[in-house]
Design a binder for this molecule. Structure first.
Ligand code: HEM
Length: 512
């Protein structure tokens, strides 16, 4: 472990920064670079000075202590909960203590792997609809933005799983409203001055309109379900119906309408951007890592040929699973999570007073050369059983760990596998030459300028299928820099009438 305690020194080391401001300006300019530099210079625990002093935590042992062993002492900071609540209310992400525990034991069974498998068909179908549109994009030789495509796809999948078909007629407008909520939370979390929602700024007005639209829709859907008797098998139920009829196993209480609304909004916010960000980075890798991509494609074609994936196929896609794990290592969408101790604690020999603002950076943990050979390299086979042996459990935490890990983990893994397998079956993805690929560490780790790509249909979908002309590998983003440029200026968005962007601006019919 780096940065061992020095005798007599009880606060973690860290950069001096500017008088009064400490590292605040560096954080605003480039939080990833600031973190990585500080970790290299000062070790696994770093104290940043500034208006809000921050402690950076990266070592697996410290993550285990905070997330698992001493979990009850480390809730989210109040400020985080308060800012996120304006959008999602008192759902799983923004509550603590007994209120959170009651919600978690009620919601978690709905998100176990087996009951979720009934949604494999929805995921396959939504992916297929997107890929049909891509066929037309490919015929035009036009450009897609993988980030926009994946945001729309993941939103559609989540909406269909939560509400079945009920969402579809207003999908575009509601999709935009979820986007507005997410951006509002994002800017509140990074803003220097937090303007209350009652102040009628243009952003607040947009936010309030979006929230009203979503509230009205979700409450209407709840009322419709309350008004009709439970029908059919659990197999056919959407997630909202399951959540409505699942009692708290300890108290027997069912969720109220308001609790259901908060849970639905929480799932929307937590469950679509994370998967969309991961999928868009995977699209980037499908172009820049041709050898690994073709190996994954060969496996998919050997298992599936050209038939759609079914839930039974997923365990056989072993290399694809490692490909996705490796993508999540390099690009964990929640690249940092915040915690604030209720009581004084000691971490790695240093004092951590109650009320300290801790940022746990999965991005850095996943790149620590103590646990990962060639950490910047893309190497799915590092997740084989043999090579994983001896690596600390908490060196890999894209979904964090412990009682408050991601409740949507099984949902996300199934969705990622189905979508990537479906893409591999039908398309080769090529980055647009010269398009800059830049990491933007917002609420999730996004591609700042999007991921512009062209598509080539896979011909002769058999196990031996290879691309007509393998794409040249491009440079991978360096860990230290969020300005990982492939080079040159972005090509302007092409005017293809079938791209998702065109669909959303009214240029072509929406796929929803
Ligand atoms: C690649 C995809 C995903 C990743 C990497 C991911 C990661 C995470 C992480 C790191 C947390 C902990 C955040 C914290 O404690 O501050 C979390 C929590 C959560 N995630 Fe995910 N997530 C993903 C997909 C999903 C999906 C698909 C859903 C739902 C459909 C979901 C629902 C949630 C919820 C409700 C929580 C809060 C759990 C609690 O506090 O008890 N996530 N996720």
């Amino acid at each position: 472990m780096r940065g061992r305690p020095v005798a007599g020194r009880r606060r973690p080391p860290g950069p001096r920064g500017l008088p009064l401001l400490g590292s605040a300006l560096d954080f605003r300019r480039d939080p990833l670079r600031t973190f990585v530099r500080a970790w290299r210079d000062h070790g696994d625990l770093v104290q940043f000075r500034g208006p809000v002093p921050v402690v950076l935590v990266t070592h697996p042992d410290h993550l285990k202590h905070i997330l698992v062993d001493n979990f009850a002492n480390y809730p989210h900071p109040d400020d985080f909960n308060r800012k996120v609540r304006v959008s999602v209310g008192q759902g799983l992400v923004t509550t603590e203590g007994e209120v959170w525990q009651a919600q978690r034991r009620t919601v978690a069974p709905t998100f176990r792997k087996e009951p979720l498998e009934r949604f494999a068909g929805v995921m396959v179908d939504s992916a297929a609809r997107m890929l049909e549109r891509w066929e037309r994009v490919a015929r035009y030789g036009e450009v897609i933005d993988a980030r926009t495509e994946m945001q729309s796809l993941t939103l559609e999948i989540l909406a269909r799983c939560l509400f079945r078909a009920d969402w579809s007629h207003d999908a575009l407008e509601l999709g935009r409203a979820v986007g507005v909520q997410l951006e509002h939370i994002n800017s509140k979390l990074i803003a220097v001055a937090d303007i209350p929602e009652r102040v009628p700024t243009p952003r607040n007005r947009r936010f309030r309109q979006a929230r009203t639209l979503l509230d009205d829709t979700v409450y209407r859907l709840i009322a419709e379900r309350r008004g009709r008797p439970a029908e059919g098998e659990a197999e056919d139920e959407d997630l909202l119906s399951t959540l409505m009829r699942t009692p708290d196993p300890e108290t027997g209480h069912l969720m109220t309408d308001e609790q259901l609304r908060d849970q639905v909004m929480t799932l929307f916010i937590a469950g679509h951007e994370t998967v969309a960000a991961t999928l868009s980075w995977i699209c980037h890798l499908l172009s820049t890592r041709p050898a690994e991509t073709e190996r994954a494609r060969a496996e998919v074609l050997a298992v599936l040929g050209d038939r759609p994936p079914a839930k039974e196929d997923l365990p056989q896609l072993k290399y694809l699973k490692m490909f996705i794990q490796e993508a999540l290592r390099l690009y964990p969408p929640l690249w940092q999570v915040a915690r604030m101790p209720l009581e004084d604690d000691v971490l790695g020999g240093y004092d951590i007073p109650a009320g300290s603002f801790l940022l746990l950076s999965t991005y850095i943990t996943h790149r620590n050369p103590e646990f990962w050979d060639n950490p910047e390299g893309f190497d799915p086979e590092r997740f084989t059983r043999e090579r994983s042996a001896g690596r600390p459990r908490y060196a890999y935490v894209p979904y964090v760990a412990g009682p408050r890990n991601c409740v949507g983990l099984a949902f996300a893994n199934m969705e990622l596998t189905i979508v990537v397998a479906s893409i591999l079956q039908r398309f080769h993805l090529d980055m647009v030459p010269g398009h800059p690929v830049v990491m933007q560490p917002d609420i999730s780790l996004r591609a700042k300028h999007g991921i512009r790509m062209t598509l080539r249909p896979v011909t002769g979908r058999g196990p031996a299928s290879t691309p007509a002309a393998p794409p040249a590998p491009s440079r991978e983003p360096a860990a230290e820099s969020s300005e990982a440029l492939v080079g040159g200026e972005p090509k302007p968005a092409a005017g293809c009438p079938y791209s998702r962007e065109a669909a959303e601006s009214g240029g072509a019919p929406a796929a929803l």
